[in-house]
Design a protein around this ligand. Structure first.
Ligand code: ADP
Length: 499
């Protein structure tokens, strides 16, 4: 295993120069309770900052600020003016990306070098995409048969106040995926970042004001899920919840939203199949399958965690995936050599390790990884090497349940019918992969796999214009793509009788 070390530590100005309070109505505001919590750097276990712990009374303040902005200044912005704000925000995010990505890397451990390449493109690309949509929203004129002297048109109206609840695995780009469509449609937002990673969302809130968006349009309530998140999900004056996270919390959100029948969209977890046929370009497939599960230290909702490999190449292929994983450089997110950072927290590390133990107890064997990395300089961080399980059975918990760490179950298969059935034998339906040169296999599986995305000879590729989301326990609603804004809009039908 390669371990990165020896790099220059940077400390973003935001940590010392800005308050880490709630951002309500354009102002920094301490939590009404006065409570705070620590945010920890998972690369070394050190405290980065203390952050305000918002709760129900703070959520109520933020929701009423968002309502005032929705009905007041923001409602006077034309689509063109909203577009101009989003484009300016894209420029500001671009200009401050070194700082924003440093905050994310420090707080959740992702390699800074990867954030500054992939996430930079994602963040700016998404904002510019939603800017384009801001001036493209329109209703229809509909000929109706009720009367010859009557016509109908539809208007698309912003749904109102959106509660956005996001996880920690991609804080900045997740926030943009909720805020972008809200700004494009004229909605307002109360954003609840994950308690493990709030800093880039707070900095983003300041940039949103700098971009010319009125105070109160985007508010940020930091804090815990059971208090701040739950209060947002049940608040009677919030019209929609856009949630990304686990299906357990997704189910709670649906229940909490029932009081005022909020619109809910859910992007939840997965146990995605990645299927490799013997005829594939195996060099590409090894790298694609490995990074499809080890990338972001496996903390990706659509990670290809069930790796089905045709039996004739199984032994060779999984040995190569194990070696690829073992050759990746694990280290502090700030080290330019790091390819795999730590997992986000001690709690998450313990959860993954307990799954590894469950797998071993159930009779699976590890081909690589499986143990916490405790040698210097990683001893105080939450590091786990890429881990490959073989000898697994479909009914094992490690094959059925989402682990959310750098752990893959490698499973041999013999026939197309068999792999089709086993790939779909999951309550989830988020991502999937197919590696083959045979177009017939591609089309058959692309049709029969029950998942929101099918990647063929690639994995986890994203583009702002392409919808992403799940079926079954992986949730509903799509983020990205032109239809994304539909979930932020109501349709009004207007009947005009000119008789
Ligand atoms: P993960 O497993 O990725 O941490 P979670 O679903 O636990 O995902 O958390 C995702 C987001 O949901 C976080 O912002 C968290 O604080 C929030 N959250 C957790 N519990 C609740 C809840 N009961 N109601 C609303 N939000 C919650």
């Amino acid at each position: 295993m390669n371990i990165a070390s020896d790099f220059k530590v940077q400390r973003p100005a935001f940590l010392s120069e800005h308050p880490k309070e709630l951002f309500i109505d354009g102002k920094w505001t301490p939590a009404i309770s006065g409570e705070t919590f620590e945010t920890i750097n998972p690369s070394n276990g050190q405290v980065l900052a203390r952050i305000a712990a918002g709760a129900a009374p703070d959520v109520a303040m933020a929701a009423s600020a968002a309502r005032r902005a929705f009905e007041g200044p923001w409602s006077h912005f034309t689509p063109y003016e909203r577009q101009a704000c989003i484009l300016k925000l894209a420029d500001l995010v671009d200009r401050h990306f070194d700082e924003l990505s440093l905050l994310d890397s420090l707080e959740m451990g992702a390699p800074l070098s990867r954030l500054r390449a992939n996430s930079h493109k994602r963040a700016i690309g998404r904002l510019r995409f939603y800017a384009g949509l801001a001036t493209a929203i329109h209703g229809q004129t509909i000929e109706n048969s009720a009367s010859r002297e009557m016509f109908t048109y539809t208007a698309r109206e912003p749904i109102g106040v959106v509660g956005a609840i996001i996880p920690w695995n991609a804080p900045l780009t997740s926030a943009i995926w909720k805020i972008g469509p809200a700004l494009a449609t004229g909605c307002t937002v109360v954003l609840k970042p994950a308690e493990q990673a709030s800093l880039s969302c707070l900095r983003l809130a300041e940039l949103i004001i700098e971009a010319g968006v009125p105070s109160g349009v985007v508010n940020v309530i930091t804090g815990f899920g059971e208090s701040a998140g739950a209060a947002l999900a049940q608040h009677a004056d919030v019209d929609k919840i856009a949630f990304t996270g686990s299906h357990f919390v997704g189910q709670k959100i649906i229940q909490a939203s029932a009081g005022n029948l909020k619109r809910v969209t859910l992007e939840l977890g997965g146990k995605s199949p990645d299927i490799v046929f013997a005829d594939a370009d195996l060099d590409k497939a090894v790298m694609g399958a490995a990074m499809g599960v080890f990338g972001n230290t496996g903390q990706v909702c659509c990670a290809g965690t069930r790796l089905f490999v045709e039996r004739s190449i199984y032994d060779e292929f999984i040995a190569r995936v194990a070696k690829f994983g073992s050759d990746l450089v694990v280290g502090d997110g700030l080290d330019p050599k790091t390819q795999i950072g730590p997992v986000v927290s001690k709690e998450q590390l313990d959860r993954i390790l307990s799954y590894i133990q469950i797998g071993l107890d159930e009779g699976a064997t590890t081909l690589s990884g499986g143990k916490r990395m405790l040698d210097a300089p990683l001893a105080n961080g939450y590091f786990l090497p890429p881990t490959v399980f073989g000898s697994v059975k479909d009914d094992m918990r490690i094959v059925r349940e989402e682990i959310f760490g750098p752990v893959v179950c490698a499973i041999p298969f013999d026939t197309m019918d068999e792999v089709e059935r086993r790939a779909n034998a999951t309550p989830f339906g988020l991502g999937s992969g197919i590696w083959t040169r045979d177009v017939k296999k591609v089309h058959r599986l692309a049709k029969s796999i029950k998942a929101g995305s099918v990647w063929v000879n690639c994995y986890n590729v994203m583009d702002p214009a392409v919808p992403f989301g799940g079926n079954k326990l992986s949730g509903y609603g799509r983020e990205g793509g032109v239809e994304h804004v539909d979930d932020y809009l109501n349709t009004k039908s207007v009947w005009i009788n000119y008789n």
